[in-house]
Write a protein that binds this ligand. Structure first.
Ligand SMILES: *Cc1c(COP(=O)(O)O)cnc(C)c1O
Length: 470
């Protein structure tokens, strides 16, 4: 018998492990699969941990499964549209609106006037067109899908090239790279210009009878300064029109309000401003600066939006009723904030509330929280810091912010961060200068008590830990 064989004899039976883990609120079949997977791994490798560790390992597997379920997380990162944390939080009224749609049948594709089959999303499409000041608009699953649909619809057998500046061949987030998206959509990339400078002449030289689209892509999460040049949108539109090809712009974040006047932060091109310059199509995300659910909006001319909707891909990328319902609510908030042209209000949506908090307001919130936590001064401090818009938008902008800094002495900061992540609901902060920081700009006001309770509990926990060591 080899050592591995004798190791394998120590592996408990599935039945034993199932009985020992009965208290877990995980469906039996999943519990069984997780246990089987772990046992299989021990059998295959022949490396079986010591007997006393086996239960802990199984329980750790089950706990990991529970932890990975989609759950509320408190965002203490100061990144407002945090892609890993679900981007824009949605308001209670929207959740009520959603539950109405979810709990019963709806007129999703039913025309109440005629009693016949109707079209999906008519109302939200009209509202989006109004908001983008375009002839028409439609919705798909996300902005990446919107771009694929746009590219694929422009393509024909004789015209399969898409012109993009080398300065705009960007990667956004995990797996979104413009050249790869083009390839997936079945078009050929025609790169023009250089990394820092692309002129109108570069575009003009490339535009020909194989061109399907001139595409501009928002650089999103990075910016260039110095010896840079890119032709203005209206000049590109003129070039496109002269060559009888469409011009499209992937805006990414899709700021629908003037970010400079509303927040004093860097300007973003609005869909309406690009449409006004003659673009045939623009696309943008629903959950970035729009502050709504994950969706991709395409706005543009009636004829191009019509073509997009006839593409079989459109059916594969369409948004579901809950998303349409959430988007309808979000667009209405944007339109309502424009009702009074005199007063410059921002949409009544959480992302906008978070972005527009003043530093004084954040400071006051921090002071109230510190008072309520009643921890020693050296353990919990208020520090001035910065926050970001996130979601790959406005990389230059730093919003002033305030953080709670928690630093019980003698404890590894990674341990502290982990303790907060194991809270229910988890609190995600970041480490700075060997302490945990919780940035208040992204903490919703109804989450303050949870943060305070966790701070108190953490301090007791780590104090107790220190005393037990000494
Ligand atoms: C974020 C972004 C996308 C992807 O948007 P999703 O809605 O996440 O699919 C596409 N293009 C640009 C320019 C972006 O900034």
């Amino acid at each position: 018998m080899t050592p591995s064989d004798s190791n394998r004899r120590r592996i408990p039976s599935i039945d034993t492990l199932m009985r020992q883990t009965e208290s877990y609120s995980i469906p039996r079949l999943i519990r069984k699969r997780l246990i089987q997977d772990r046992i299989q791994q021990w059998r295959d490798s022949g490396e079986v941990p010591p007997e006393q560790d086996l239960n802990d390992i199984i329980e750790n597997d089950l706990n990991r499964f529970l932890q990975n379920r989609l759950q509320t997380v408190i965002n203490g990162t100061g990144i407002v549209l945090h892609t890993n944390l679900g981007r824009a939080p949605l308001p209670q009224d929207l959740a009520d609106h959603l539950s109405n749609t979810a709990l019963a049948y709806s007129n999703l594709e039913f025309d109440l006037a005629s009693g016949k089959r109707g079209k999906r999303g008519l109302n939200v499409e009209k509202s989006l067109a109004v908001l983008a000041e375009a002839e028409a608009a439609t919705v798909v699953n996300n902005c990446a899908a919107a771009l694929v649909l746009m590219l694929n619809t422009c393509r024909t057998d004789s015209r399969d090239e898409v012109i993009v500046s080398r300065s705009e061949l960007v990667q956004i987030g995990g797996g979104f790279r413009i050249p790869e998206i083009l390839e997936t959509a079945g078009v050929k990339l025609k790169e023009v210009g250089t990394t820092n400078r692309t002129t109108l002449k570069d575009y003009a030289k490339a535009a020909g009878n194989r061109t399907a689209l001139i595409l501009k892509v928002h650089q999103s999460n990075f910016y260039m300064d110095g010896f840079v040049e890119t032709p203005p949108v209206d000049a590109l539109v003129q070039l496109a029109v002269k060559n009888e090809i469409p011009f499209g712009f992937d805006l990414g974040s899709g700021a629908l309000i003037d970010t400079r006047t509303c927040f004093g932060i860097e300007p973003e091109p609005t869909p309406a401003s690009i449409i006004a310059q003659g673009a045939h199509m623009v696309c943008f995300s629903g959950d970035k600066l729009m502050g709504g659910p994950q969706a991709g909006v395409i706005a543009g001319s009636t004829s191009w939006i019509g073509k997009l909707k006839l593409n079989p891909f459109f059916r594969a990328l369409r948004a579901d009723k809950l998303v349409l319902s959430a988007l309808e609510y979000t667009v209405t908030q944007h339109l309502q904030s424009l009702d009074d042209p005199e007063s410059r209000t921002t949409p009544d949506l959480p992302a906008y509330h978070l972005l527009s908090q003043t530093i004084n307001h954040l400071q006051a919130r921090a002071e109230a929280m510190v008072r309520r936590a009643e921890l020693p001064k050296e353990v919990l401090r208020i520090e001035e810091t910065e926050a970001e818009v996130g979601g790959g938008t406005m990389p230059k902008t730093r919003l002033p912010s305030v953080a709670l800094t928690f630093c019980p002495s003698g404890i590894k900061p990674e341990r502290i961060a982990q303790y907060f992540r194991e809270n229910n609901p988890p609190i995600v902060g970041y480490l700075r200068n060997n302490a945990l920081q919780i940035n208040l700009r992204t903490i919703l006001s109804n989450q303050e008590s949870i943060v305070i309770d966790c701070l108190k509990k953490a301090w007791e926990h780590f104090e107790g830990f220190k005393q037990s060591k000494s």
